[in-house]
Design a protein around this ligand. Sequence first.
Ligand code: ADP
Length: 292
Amino acid sequence: MTTMEEILQHLGDSTTILKKTEVNGGDINEAFHVQTERQAYFVKQNQNVPSHFFQVEARGLELIRDTGTVHVPEVYYYDTGSGSGDSYLVMEHIKKEASTPLLQQRLGERLARMHRTTGGGYGFHQATFVGELDQINEMVPSWVEYYRTYRLLPQFHLAEKNGRLPAGRRQRLSRLIERLDSFLPNDPGSSLLHGDLWGGNWIPGPDETPYLIDPSVLYGDRLMDLSFTELFGGYSGRFYDSYKQEAPLPDYYEEVKPLYQLFYLLVHLNLFGEAYGSPVDRILSHYIDTKG
Ligand code: ADP
């Protein structure tokens, strides 16, 4: 395994490491806060991820950074392990502060501005990851097609393989996927999305600056990002108010929200098991038994 000294030498810092602290909280990688004589770094390391794992994370961070809206940590260096499995990503260390109303407000308005960045269609140009699950992608002209073929169907097949689809769930989910075009707009407007916006993927940073981390970017309906923020919490009324002030929401937001949360719940069902089964079933009943 590559040592921290070697990693830092690769990016040109051969000064003494004064402190190296393991940071907990991530599901996937080993992470360290490293302080050298020169500066502080946040280093993620993993021996079991596909070789493009950190390249994809770095690319997502770069795309968000290029919008000039929400801050992201600067990426200094990544190594993809070239098949040896030992990959790492070195980035700016963000000192975590307490969340304040101003931070939430800034995050809301800056995310709304980020969502003004559009792609020439729906999807993404390369495969990404959601958690450590593969997320295959294409750029396609129809949002419904993208959401069906590249988001719901792969999770459906994985759940089936994992034995997470009892007959009723299987039937409703398959019907919902078939009838998706009656529940979702085909061309809602394509925005650059963070793609994995649970409350742990933003950091309240110094100077009341919010930072986004760990993206799983795509071009899609911005309501997908917002729906996920509402699933597990971590965002205050100030966040939503300032988002809406900057970019008002369409009337149908509440109608599509559970459908976007469904994708993330299926991912959780596949990663963490049946604890996520009942919220999945509630959403399926809502669309299929009452509307469909
Ligand atoms: P994983 O990729 O394994 O899910 P995370 O990116 O979620 O790991 O990071 C794990 C922990 O480190 C979280 O508590 C997160 O807030 C924190 N963290 C992530 N990136 C940075 C950073 N650039 N600076 C400081 N802390 C960070």
